[in-house]
Write a protein that binds this ligand. Sequence first.
Ligand code: FAD
Length: 354
Amino acid sequence: MDVDVAVIGAGQAGLSAGYFLRRSDLSSVVLDHADGPGGAWRHRWPTLTLGRTHHIHDLPGMPLGTPDTSRPASEVVAEYFGRYERETGLDVRRPVDVTQVTSEPDGRLLLGTSDGPYGARALINATGTWERPFWPYYPGRETFRGRQLHTADYRGPDAFAGRRVLVVGGGASGVQALLEIAGVAAATAWVTRRPPVWRDGPFDAEAGRASVGRVAERVRAGLPPGSVVGATGLALTPEVRDGIERGVLVRRPMFARVVPDGVVWADGTAFDADVILWATGFRAALDHLAPLGLRGPGGGVALDGALTTRVAADPRVHLLGYGPSASTIGANRAGRAAVREIAAVLGGTRVTGA
Ligand code: FAD
């Protein structure tokens, strides 16, 4: 099949792009390798409710409404995205796995997929980060006799009942998991590279803009982006305050090494652990784009354009949900900007819509 624009990924970023493509006169298709709608949200652990996320932004043209904040975010968001796909008439094809994208001599992009080849004049890549959990290496990690898992594999606290659990990582996911696990575990410890930054009061839009700006600067320079969502500080909710008072959220610096029975610090102190939970974040899932050679010497893909989505070295390709657009609000806005810029490159097509 041949289209003007192929979108890979039907998360917030891919659906937003698909929506604005439908409002242009460019032909398009959205390919996603999951079994159903929801993007990465469909995989989030069942104890993550919308009441405990930072905030989920509406998709363009159809508000989420007032969801039940006590239901799992994985269900609520998957239902919303599914409704959105139906009501906006997006051509989302799944499960279609895109294994590689190459540039053809005639200037087109060729997508190798589990559904055969797709040709496109331009590409919006919106494959997120969920499928690339980041496991940092610490000496001795391979010697640990207990269980090691990443946030991506976390399914709630039940599996940790009566265990001694070490949580590694200073982001919101680590804090949420630690608070849940501490209710059932025999003992917990929390280590982070940097001291946590607590945020008292509502999220400050000014600080949010500043952190997005910093990530955008890194991406323009071709450096690995870092996290936008992680840069907004950890909210001091009543639950978090209680965790600090009870001594659960007391952070220790990184240990010196992992040993078979736990971890040890440079001063000789130790924590005996049955489980290590690595809440150490995610990286962009871009392996299928390797043949395009987009990654530069700085270790990231250099982007430019209005909202820093356009690949500097190849204006046919936009990365959404990467760097400054890696949040639900960022992904949303980036969809419109990317479609406008692609329309201009492909011949001045007008894009209408919110
Ligand atoms: P995703 O939602 O990850 O969607 C990517 C899609 O691409 C998936 O459906 C996947 O199946 C598909 N895909 C991937 N590779 C391929 C391939 N090769 N072929 C075909 N399909 C493919 N943001 C907020 O604004 N607020 C929050 O509270 C918040 N909490 C978060 C909590 C966690 C634990 C994480 C990891 C992120 C959080 N974020 C949050 C970030 C936010 O979820 C994303 O930035 C946003 O949803 C945009 O996602 P996306 O569309 O870029 O990617």
